[in-house]
Structure formats: structure tokens, C-alpha cells
Write a protein that binds this ligand. Sequence first.
Ligand SMILES: NC(=O)c1ccc[n+]([C@@H]2O[C@H](COP(=O)([O-])OP(=O)(O)OC[C@H]3O[C@@H](n4cnc5c(N)ncnc54)[C@H](O)[C@@H]3O)[C@@H](O)[C@H]2O)c1
Length: 409
Amino acid sequence: MAAAEHAVSEVVEAEGHLIDSHIMEQIFDAVVETGGRFEVEQFVIGRTNSDPSRLRLRIEVPSRQQIEKLMPQLLSLGCVAVESGDVELRAAERDKCAPEDFYSTTNQRTEVRFNGQWLEVENQRMDAMIVVEEGTASCRRLRDVKAGDRIVVGMKGIRVVPESKERDRLAFAFMSNDISSERQVETAVGQTAAIMQQVRREGKKIIAVAGPVVVHTGGSEALSRLIRGGWIDAVLAGNALAVHDIEAALLGTSLGVRLSDGRQEQHGHRNHMQAINAIYRAGGIRQAVEAGRLRRGVLYECVKANVPFVLAGSLRDDGPLPEVITDMNEAQDAYAAQVRGAGVVLCLSSMLHSIAVGNMLPAWVKIVCVDINPAVPTKVSDRGTGQAVGVVTDVGLFLGLLADKLETK
Ligand SMILES: NC(=O)c1ccc[n+]([C@@H]2O[C@H](COP(=O)([O-])OP(=O)(O)OC[C@H]3O[C@@H](n4cnc5c(N)ncnc54)[C@H](O)[C@@H]3O)[C@@H](O)[C@H]2O)c1
């Protein structure tokens, strides 16, 4: 017979915008759903809109097993055990191999207590380990773990600071964690433009993640205007966006369909291969621009404005173009390098690339996800990217309105 279990208690504290971000309610629910009880030992409400509230809570659950289930949930809601002590570290025995009880990160701002000091974890992202070295702590993907790295294990000495609801009405208040409908497109465009202006003032980057639908829907002209106007700091895409953009620039078609009247061109099925071939003949996209062969379009504007672009490969690709990175680890690294320092990421009609980028970002980087299918923005926000908002509309329409709003030429 199993030994009788004893009730286990723990005192935790949390600080932040606990009421209007509904965090306190979630903390209480988590305790009750685990079969536990709580007692509020102290609650100090923030007196102004910028003051944080403070909560001290005694929790009691029927068994150790339940506290082990509950603590990770409370941790992600910003609770830290009062008697947390220092973080526990264990050395990796081999490359790409973590101790079995490693702590897996969220995309929320995280701190670890080391030698009695709280260290902010650098390069925050989800699904990583935390490595502590020489008084710093940083996120490390499993594939980057090296033998001997000191990795955070267990749940002690870790503090997560959940993003709270925006206080300034400008930011994401308009549709935070919501999917806006077609009727609200103009409002969403206005707010997106305002966020882009704010991100610019803060000196952070604006990143565009784009799928080929941008070209099919006639949105590449507007995206080109945004790049020319200095509104985009990097374009992250795949082979298809580039191929169709170049096909449109060289031949006026997108997958053989004439952009001018929407009709299929005779023998148009070969056009995208002709575009790829033209780039190979020129020696690459930059060379095609420099030689005057490529004279318009998203990639042309990137080369002209010195805006970096990264093309990540996929199993679907034709060609692919010479710039496409076909090693997926390398492609992820190249995307990650560009999103560092981003203030907002515009995800424009690519499920694959939008979700991939969502997984790389810390929770405080905003994402505007534009897709005709509401499931895509939902998926981007579900994967822990709490700051993602969705605009369900045609991407060509959205981009046209956005470029007009920002008065690009
Ligand atoms: N010939 C090729 O080389 C080729 C062709 C297609 C795709 N690919 C590659 O396959 C990968 C996935 O491609 P993807 O990102 O296009 O596919 P995806 O399925 O991941 O995303 C396409 C998204 O566009 C949305 N969409 C469709 N019409 C829309 C509209 N009018 N307005 C707004 N959103 C709309 C869809 O709902 C979908 O979410 C990429 O790496 C791409 O480069 C290659």
C-alpha cells in the first residue's frame, strides 16, 4: 500500500498588474483546480495605473505530487516561492543533452536567483534551457547546449514576470489577444500604423514576415512602398514570396496569372521557373538588381534600401533561388538574428513562417498577424505569444491601407 501522503504548503508572492490583467484570478483558479486551498496573507493594491499590486499567498495542497504540478503553473503567472533560495544548476554531460529535470522556458521575462542576486535571463524565448555562466543567465536551445554548461533544473530560484495588460491605450488595447473581424480592418490598420510609429520612436526594429499571397493579392506594391519609406528593417520569407515577387517584376504574372487582369497567361506555368532561372543566370538577387535585370518588387526594394532579407527553405520549394537557406537550423538562426531588437513583427499571410517567428520571440515583442483564416492568428497566440493580435482580412487590402496610412510613396 502506498504511504499516506501529507499536505504540503508553500508561501508564494507575486507582484504586478494582478487585477486588471486577470492574473490574480488565474492564480486562485490554479490552486483550486489542483485540489488545494489558499489563504491571502497580504494584498496591497497598486494605487495608481502604473503602481503594481503585491500578493502574498499561503497555499496548501494534499500531496507533494500536486505541489509539483501546481508550482510550474504559478511560476508562469509570476509567483515566486518566498523561501525559494538560489536556482539549482546541473552540468550538461554531453553536447545537445540536458539533465532530465531541466527547466523549460516560456517566452515571458524571466529571472533566476544566483548567489542571492536575481539575474535577468538574456535572449528570452520559449522552449529553451537556461544556462548560468560568469554571473549571467541566458536562454540556450537544446541543440546549442555544450557539455559542461550549467543548466537550471527544477523550479527553485526562478521568477517569471508575465506581461501585463497595456496601460497606454495606444498600444495593444484595441484588440489584445483578440482576432479582429473584416469590419474592423480600418481600425486595425490605424492601430498598426500607430504601433509602428511608436516602435520607431523607441528605436526598435519593425520586421515583416511575408508569404507569397502578398504577391498574389497585389500587396507587393504596398509592401515595396513600406520598404522604400523606411518602415521595414528586415523581410523574413521563403522561396515562394521571392519567386513570385521576381516573376511579377520580370513577367507581370504571379504563378502564371497576370496581375493586371487576373487572367492566366498562355504557357504561364513556366513563368516562375523562368524567374528562378533569370536569377541563377544573373548570379543572385543582388546581382540581378545591380545588373538592372530586376527593377521592381519587394526584393528589389530590399536590395536598394539595404534592408536584409532572409529566405528560409521548405519541402515545397521549386528551385529554390540561390539565396534560400535549405539547412533548417541555419535558417532558424538567420531569422532569430534578424528579430533580435524587434519592437513589432508584421506576420503577413504565411502560416509556416508566422508560427516559426512567433516561437522565437519574447512575449514583449508585439505581433500583428494578418491572415484570411482566423485559425492562423489564433495559433500564433496559442503558442504562448500572448502579445499577438490577429487581423482577419485579405493581406493585399491590409497592406494597401497601411501604406496609405503611413503616407508612403
Ligand atoms: N513554388 C514554390 O517554391 C513554393 C510555392 C508555395 C509555397 N512554397 C513554400 O512553402 C512554405 C509555405 O508557404 P506559405 O507560407 O505560402 O503557406 P502557408 O500555408 O504556411 O500560409 C499561407 C497563408 O496564407 C493565408 N491566405 C490565403 N489567402 C489569403 C489572403 N487573400 N489574405 C490573407 N491571407 C491569406 C492562408 O490562410 C495561410 O494561412 C514557404 O516556405 C513557401 O516559400 C514554395
